[in-house]
Design a protein around this ligand. Structure first.
Ligand SMILES: [Fe+2]
Length: 263
């Protein structure tokens, strides 16, 4: 398995703070069966999480050496988790952050309360015009997707991909994120499952979460989301996706049926 979203690079964001903590995370990931991790430090303009690619590469090399010296057979790659802002695209040309392993795929997060969905959509479109494929990080955690999962179906229909935090299925991010995660996963709106690990313990419930995902969509689909699609990101290959299924709220459906009976 390949983890495409992890905060295991030490001392650059709110993830691992020290090399020891990074190594503990990498050992925990290896124990769960991961053979590769894309390290995705936050890139949030005008905050302390604005580490530069050049610095991250130096830290990555030190971490790779520590992993090799410890005899752990696991590959590490670099990316970023870029926080959406209207002008954040300008900074990619300046080399402030990078795509996943320098591919066409860029991991994008946004605030939970997104006031300007229109501008966010325009941003995702601009990214694609520049040749990038956006991967929307943990959509199940955003208010605007929890309120209407079909917002994500629309974004996927317009060329974005989506990465779910697998621990959302266990309720680690609350009941609403769990319910939304199940909807997104069963309606073909998710293309990657990843950890978004910030601490070694983030990997501990991984096995349980994976079983829950298998119960919902089966082994083959889960393998696609944890192995095949992430591997395509690493080698910058096209990912062919199934059309998203639009979600119809069963409560609303019952209400509509009830109204029909009355007529
Ligand atoms: Fe993250």
């Amino acid at each position: 398995m390949i983890d495409i979203h992890s905060h295991s690079l030490p001392g650059v964001d709110d993830g691992a703070q020290t090399m020891e903590e990074s190594m503990a995370m990498i050992r925990a990931a290896k124990d769960q069966g991961f053979n590769s991790i894309i390290l995705t430090p936050h890139y949030i303009t005008n905050t302390k999480f604005e580490s530069k690619v050049k610095e991250n590469k130096v830290i990555l090399n030190a971490l790779k050496k520590a992993v090799k010296d410890a005899g752990i057979d696991l590959f590490l790659f670099l990316g970023n988790e870029v926080c959406y802002r209207v002008d954040v695209l300008d900074f990619i040309d300046q080399g402030n952050y990078i795509t996943m392993n320098d591919s066409r795929y860029l991991l994008i997060e946004t605030k939970s309360h997104l006031a300007d969905l229109y501008n966010f959509e325009a941003f995702l479109f601009k990214l694609q015009l520049k040749g990038y494929t956006p991967i929307i990080a943990h959509p199940e955690r955003y208010d605007f997707v929890q309120k209407d999962p079909n917002v994500l179906a629309n974004l996927v229909e317009h060329g974005s991909l989506a990465q779910m935090n697998i621990l959302s299925l266990t309720g680690a991010y609350g009941a609403s994120a769990k319910e939304t995660a199940e909807i997104l996963l069963t309606h073909n709106m998710v293309h990657f499952l990843a950890s978004d690990a910030h601490r070694p313990m983030s990997y501990e419930a991984f096995g349980q979460a994976k079983e829950m995902a298998i119960d919902l969509v089966g082994k083959e689909k889960v393998a696609k989301l944890l192995n095949e699609n992430p591997a395509r990101v690493l080698v910058d290959e096209t990912i062919v996706i199934d059309d998203p299924d639009f979600y119809e709220d069963s409560k609303k459906r019952k209400w509509k049926l009830g109204n029909l009976w009355k007529k």
